[in-house]
Design a protein around this ligand. Sequence first.
Ligand code: DAH
Length: 337
Amino acid sequence: MLRNIEEILKENKKIEIKTSEDLEKFRLKYLSKNGILNSLFVEFKSIGGEEKKKYGKILNEFKSLIEKKYNENRKYIEETKKEEKNIIDYSLPGTPIKLGSLHPLSIVQNRIIDIFNKMGFVISEGNDIEDDWHNFSALNFPENHPARDMQDTFFISKEMALRTHTSSVQVRVMEKQKPPIRTISPGRVYRNEVVSARSNCFFHQIEGLYINKNVSFADLKFVLLKFVEEFFGKDIKIRFRPSYFPFTEPSAEMDIFLGTETEENKRLTKGTGWLEILGCGMVDENVLKNCGIDYEKFSGFAFGMGIERITMLKYGIKDIRMFFENDTRLLNQFAGL
Ligand code: DAH
């Protein structure tokens, strides 16, 4: 029996365990019910007397050697398996990152700001919640003007309201700065109107203001013409129509020519070919006075336009409510712009 064990040991030393299959083979060969160890123990039972002691010791040592080899290798294989699971394959293609897109209103607003920036206009911002003075009184709205009416304005208290236009920012700027002033003010405005495809209870405007010595209506026309040429293209035709705003005198509305060739343009322009895109005028003396500007020395012009209107025109969006629904089927179309 002794010789037998020595041989088995020699052979066992040579066995290399590298994979879980090797390990299983090893287990079956030595440690299973029909394995070598068990058969040695069966043999051992038939030995008697002194011999039994001697072999018992050798056999037990042999058993613990085999078990040690098995356990060590099992541990090693299990650990490397765990590590393999955590290994990062650097050659795998990355998970694509979904790029967001700018909202169409932001795209158009940024474009308008860019154009006026190039002409020296800097951005100024006011407050969405505004007092009566900045939204109405300083802008020369008479006490009983319909725009102050509850039907148009979201009042918060007797004195405070959600601003109905960005013209309020003009007042804030003129109160703080001395001319020359050249500023544009983008922002959200609020009106208590019935929501429909054409109008929403809030929307966005950009206001422009230029105050300096000897500013004339010709300057206003030039700046607005350059703006539409940059925005819509050189071939654009514009016209100014006399209008009325409490804060400008004279006041005008500017139309762009779309023509009546397509059904869409016929509808948009009510058959005239012309579409109004902004209000403008020379800043009323009363407004300059209210803001502490010497109206004998300085004059200026102002204009204001709705961003939704221009965006709908530019991208053929037919319902203003679509801007505020966050529907990715619309927004995805503007990715990369
Ligand atoms: N505040 C006007 C509106 O909301 C737009 C406007 C018209 C602004 C004429 C101006 C202006 O600065 O001069 O309808």
